[in-house]
Design a protein around this ligand. Structure first.
Ligand code: ZN
Ligand code: ZN
Length: 375
């Protein structure tokens, strides 16, 4: 028993050397570097060449490639080990998922190419397989790790470059349509100029601005005045056919309830009260503000609910963050509190960005597509 305990303590102290590096202990890519060799097997010339190719494809916006060399996965399946590493680092750009990892476990004599979800189509996988079985594995069989890694880095940069993901816009290749490019999701061309739309219910139909015709530009300019005129136009009492009088902000309060007065004070809703003296009748019109931080309270139904948030964990490029959100109503006693996860930061994908010099993760994902090899 005592011997067993001593043995366990000793193993712990030595850090289970035979079990290989856990994925999280592999040193992260340093800014500008796209290679990690914990075995110190590769020549500095080889590592420099990998870094050069990695920086090149990254700065061209084609994707991100990295080479990682370890001794052993400690008995873990090299494929799942490498995929876990890929996703831990978030290789590639978020949304494009254009990462490519060459992972090598030297003592295990295993090599893995892991491709991001944006670059793992049939043609990408064909190139990856050819690279693994035609160049990387043969070089390892010759005992030349440097040649294997150089071929891998060269092949992966060619794979990213020729991937359908990076095909020029307008390409008719069927594969190019499998994976939308991130840039394509946003069309920078200005569409038809549309007037601002008030989504809040105002209690009456407003005339369509298009009814008045005219150029779109002049219409956009005139629309604010038009709205004001329409809102303030003379009103006639439906009962006695006498004109109604619009009460000023001070005297209309008498015809509003407490929640409506609160809305007015917060600026989330504006009310007009049209008074008929002969019928002693008030007509209340509701105009929701376009820009307000208040929303409708689920308890009292007034537009008096506000949110404030406190950052618990800041989001970084490596992990998402958490914020505590406190919801309160300025009118009733409604209150709610919850925590919300925020997404990890994404690096801009334009090549003009200066943050591009950083070599660490971009938020890309892989489902494990790619090629395996052993020698
Ligand atoms: Zn009347
Ligand atoms: Zn409320």
């Amino acid at each position: 028993m005592r011997a067993l305990l001593c043995c366990t303590v000793l193993l712990c102290a030595l850090g289970f050397p035979a079990w290989g590096e856990p994925v999280g202990s592999i040193p992260r890519l340093r800014p500008g570097s796209w290679s990690v060799d914990v075995t110190r097997t590769l020549s500095s010339k080889t590592l420099a060449e990998v870094d050069r190719r990695g920086s090149e494809v990254n700065s061209q916006g084609l994707g991100q490639l990295a080479v990682v060399v370890v001794n052993t996965t400690g008995g873990r399946n090299p494929r799942s080990y490498a995929t876990e590493l890929f996703n831990l680092w978030g290789l590639g750009h978020a949304g494009r998922d254009d990462g490519a990892l060459l992972f090598i476990a030297l003592k295990d004599r295993k090599a893995e190419i892991v491709l991001g979800n944006g670059v793992d189509g049939p043609s990408d996988l064909g190139r990856s397989d050819a690279l693994m079985s035609g160049e990387i594995v043969p070089a390892f069989k010759r005992g030349n790790a440097d040649a294997a890694v150089l071929a891998g880095a060269r092949g992966l940069s060619a794979l990213l470059e020729s991937s359908p993901l990076n095909a020029p816009s307008g390409s008719t290749s069927a594969a190019a349509q499998d994976v939308p490019r991130a840039q394509d999701s946003y069309d920078p061309r200005p569409s038809q100029v549309s007037p601002p739309v008030q989504t809040e219910w105002t209690g009456e139909r407003e005339p369509s601005p298009w009814f008045y015709g005219g150029g779109a530009g002049a219409l956009a300019i005139g629309i604010a005045g038009l709205r004001r005129w329409w809102r303030r136009r003379p009103r006639i009492c439906e009962s006695c056919r006498q004109p109604r009088q619009r009460l000023d902000e001070g005297s209309d309060d008498a015809h509003l309830d407490a929640g409506q007065r609160r809305e007015e004070r917060l600026g989330s809703v504006d009310y007009d009260v049209w008074w008929c003296g002969s019928c002693q009748d008030a007509q209340v019109k509701r105009y929701g503000a376009w820009l307000t931080s208040y929303s409708t309270c689920p308890r009292c139904d007034y537009k008096t609910k506000s949110e404030s948030s406190t950052t618990l964990v800041s989001a970084t490029y490596d992990h998402g963050g958490r914020v505590r959100v406190t919801v309160t109503c300025k009118h009733c006693d409604y209150r709610d509190e919850f925590t919300r996860s925020t997404p990890k930061l994404t690096r801009p994908s334009s090549s003009s960005s200066s943050s591009r010099s950083s070599g660490s993760s971009g938020g890309g994902r892989s489902s494990g597509g790619g090629s395996s090899g052993s020698w």
